[in-house]
Design a protein around this ligand. Structure first.
Ligand SMILES: Nc1ncnc2c1ncn2[C@@H]1O[C@H](COP(=O)(O)OP(=O)(O)OP(=O)(O)O)[C@@H](O)[C@H]1O
Ligand SMILES: [Mg+2]
Length: 283
């Protein structure tokens, strides 16, 4: 016996509403298509820059039989650096695509937020890149909250935020601070606690702040977008990495059901804020 298909939407929505939804979906598709085209153009550009440098170095090496040993060493070390940056770029692109691919499931583990952040911090600050900074940890250990995460991926996000602060905050920056707090929405008046947990939309808020150069207001809205190129912000160069760090961070955090944002004032500093769903005990 065949059943008539009834769509609840078709029954309750007017033709105008459906048309406007269709138009909205169409415009979203067009935006996605545009993003994809820009991304492909950027990928070609990003791959071309190191390949061109390698090609020129090889041409130079082949152009004469009598290149002094010191010169040959210089050429080889340029090829080595550019090959390494090409590898970084390809690895980061692959990583970004695989994180964004919803069919790749995350390997989630429940982790105590305070322990996780403390362990991360004390492992990270051994790095000599932080030597000149006053490193600060502000994670109250009565947080009593559990986050469901793939730890390596969240470590990758924190690493990028912390190393960005060390790399880009500039000469005048004196500190880098990792802090955390819990955001608990108001409890509904008639809710009866079951003495075990606080089941509402609770968030763990993690911030990484510096008091450095800050980010220009015109660049700030775009720093998480992989298709955006400002000055050298996404040009794979000698030491700046692939330039995909924040795009990867956003993809990771969104796959965990969270958000990431940045606030910055030129000359005063930058704060990146990550919000992750968490589960708190009631205390
Ligand atoms: N704390 C900060 N202070 C000032 N500028 C920043 C800060 N964090 C990020 N930026 C800016 O945002 C840009 C993008 O950062 P992102 O982490 O995506 O790339 P990257 O660090 O250049 O390369 P990668 O992370 O791939 O090694 C940086 O190039 C820098 O211009
Ligand atoms: Mg980075």
């Amino acid at each position: 016996m065949s059943k008539a298909f009834k769509s609840p939407n078709l029954e309750t929505k007017s033709v105008e509403e459906l048309t406007s939804e269709l138009l909205e979906a169409h415009s979203k598709l067009q935006t996605l298509q545009k993003e994809r085209e820009m991304m492909l153009a950027n990928i070609s550009h990003d791959l071309r820059a190191p390949i061109t440098a390698i090609r020129s170095a090889v041409d130079l090496a082949l152009s004469s039989d009598n290149i002094p040993a010191a010169e040959t060493k210089k050429i080889l070390s340029l090829i080595d650096r550019r090959t390494a940056s090409l590898e970084d770029l390809i690895n980061d692109m692959y990583y970004l695509f695989s994180v964004e691919d919803a069919s790749h499931s995350l390997n989630l583990t429940p982790v105590d937020a305070c322990t996780f952040l403390e362990e991360y911090y004390y492992d990270a600050i051994i790095d000599s890149r932080y030597d000149r900074f006053d490193m600060q940890l502000d994670v109250p250990c009565d947080l009593s909250c559990t986050i469901n995460i793939e730890p390596q991926k969240i470590v990758r996000v924190l690493d990028n935020l912390m190393t960005n602060a060390a790399k880009y905050a500039g000469e005048k920056a004196t500190y880098i601070r990792l802090s955390a707090s819990i955001y608990k929405p108001d409890t509904p008046a008639n809710y009866k606690f079951d003495n075990t947990s606080f089941p509402f939309d609770t968030k763990l808020i993690i911030s990484v702040s510096d008091n450095g150069n800050g980010i220009a207001p015109e660049a700030l809205p775009h720093i998480f977008t992989r298709t955006y190129t400002v000055s050298n912000a996404r040009t794979p160069g000698e030491s700046s990495g692939s330039g995909l760090g924040l795009s990867i961070a956003r993809a990771i955090i969104e796959r965990h059901g969270g958000t990431i944002s940045a606030e910055s004032t030129l000359g005063e500093g930058t704060t990146f804020t990550v919000s992750l769903p968490c589960f708190c005990s009631q205390s």
